[in-house]
Write a protein that binds this ligand. Structure first.
Ligand code: PLP
Length: 411
């Protein structure tokens, strides 16, 4: 056995143990696309999906992707430098106009868009200031930037969503330029950024605010353009990053900013220049969803909000703790790893998928089920999910908060 085999065996102990106890919850294999799918031959309603407006499987979206395959196949065999199409450019122009920015650049993933933006914009004269609950792509972009010899920015963190803590960091930063990165909606907690406060503070300290609105796109603001629209802050944030992997039904990253800032990223970002370009069936799918948002955005968003409000009211009435959530992302806090895993398994047996989020994704004692209400869930799906959550929340002491004693699965 080489040392990598030994390392793998040693570091997989926790996962082996979960499998032995039959509580390993990840990488479950869907047998069909959409919110209504099946796992191991059993129908399942997915309540951990990010298909927030339920448009991913719309027949028009699939049709557009099929047409695009006929014209461009599934790949362009190169990066955008030598594999840009009129479809890429047309979609970028439309997205810039819809979001209200001068320019847009699409990446192959949102993760790459964040890496590319941070590595381009930050240098040794920059302090990157991050919310303590930042998404992995923000952390990784920052750490990559820090690893570039001779260019490393200073890295600082502020307390989650705290403008007071942010201000303290801005005051004590060691580099002349500052980039503050926040998320529109935090994906594991479902709370929105205090963006108006951050805009004001960044203005006073001459800092650039970069918003990752992956979860706000399609869900916030009357038209669904995101947190800037929702909070009346259009034109006040210089750079926004989003994704096609949630509301936009596919995969891909969106960078929005001024003409020259976006052009600089286009000519500098290694995650853009050295990775294959977005396949055109995906561009066609996103363009079709953009058609729908342009035509019916307010109605689609209103329907999502109505369903989310219904679910929230019911869960709160039953007595669940939804943490800091004020959106359609409403984690059901179980605050114990075993309770979370048992809830997940019991719900799945009944055809409801709510993925458990446990340490190290969240702190110990903050374990929860990932519960995302989407426009694609039916009233029946939502009522069934609420009923089952109540039953098992009671059975596994999530509602009472009592200690859970040993169960068969612990034997
Ligand atoms: C907050 C946030 N930012 C960025 C991303 C990355 O997006 P993508 O799936 O397009 O790589 C995600 C997706 O998980 C996310 O939740």
């Amino acid at each position: 056995m080489s040392w990598i085999d030994e390392k793998a065996h040693r570091e997989l102990a926790r996962i082996r143990e979960a499998r032995e106890k039959q509580v390993y919850p990840y990488f479950r294999e869907f047998e069909a696309g959409g919110l209504h799918t099946s796992i191991a031959g059993k129908p399942v309603v997915n309540f951990s999906s990010n298909d927030y407006l339920g448009l991913t499987n719309h027949p028009k979206v699939k049709e557009a992707a099929k047409h695009a395959i006929d014209k461009y196949a599934c790949g362009l065999s190169s990066s955008r430098v030598q594999a840009t199409t009129t479809e890429h450019v047309a979609l970028e122009r439309r997205l810039a106009a819809w979001f209200g920015f001068e320019r847009c650049l699409t990446f192959t993933t949102g993760y790459q868009a964040m890496l590319g933006a941070l590595m381009t914009l930050a240098d040794k004269d920059t302090t990157i200031i991050l919310d303590s609950l930042s998404h992995a792509c923000i952390l990784d972009g920052t750490f990559l930037a820090a690893g570039v010899p001779g260019k490393a920015p200073e890295i600082r963190f502020f307390n989650h969503n705290s403008s007071k803590s942010l201000e303290r960091i801005l005051k004590t930063r060691e580099r002349p330029n500052a980039i503050v990165v926040v998320e529109g909606i935090y994906s594991l907690d479902g709370d929105t950024a205090r963006l108006a406060e951050f805009v004001e503070i960044c203005g006073r300290y001459d800092a650039v605010l970069l918003v990752d609105d992956a979860h706000g796109t399609g869900t916030l603001g009357k038209r669904g353009t995101g947190i800037l629209e929702d909070m009346g802050l259009e034109g006040k944030v210089p750079v926004v990053i989003s994704t096609f992997s949630k509301t936009f039904g596919g995969i891909g990253g969106i960078l929005l900013g001024s003409g020259e800032v976006v052009e600089l990223v286009q000519h500098t970002a290694r995650s853009f220049l050295f990775s294959a370009s977005l396949p055109i069936p995906i561009v066609a799918a996103a363009s079709t969803i953009l058609d729908m948002l342009e035509a019916d955005g307010p109605a689609l968003v209103a329907e999502l909000h109505q369903k989310a409000r219904y679910m929230r009211d019911a869960l709160v009435r039953i007595g669940f703790d939804l943490g800091a959530s004020n959106t359609h992302i409403m984690p059901v806090m179980c605050k114990d790893e075993r309770k979370t895993l048992f809830m997940h398994i019991a719900l799945l047996e009944c055809g409801i998928l709510m993925v458990p989020i446990t340490y190290p994704a969240v702190k110990q004692g903050e374990e929860r089920l990932r519960v995302n209400v989407t426009r694609g869930h039916t009233q029946e799906d939502i009522d069934r999910a609420i009923g089952l959550l109540e039953t098992y929340g009671d059975a596994f002491f999530v509602l009472s908060g009592e200690e859970i004693g040993p169960l068969e699965a612990d034997a």
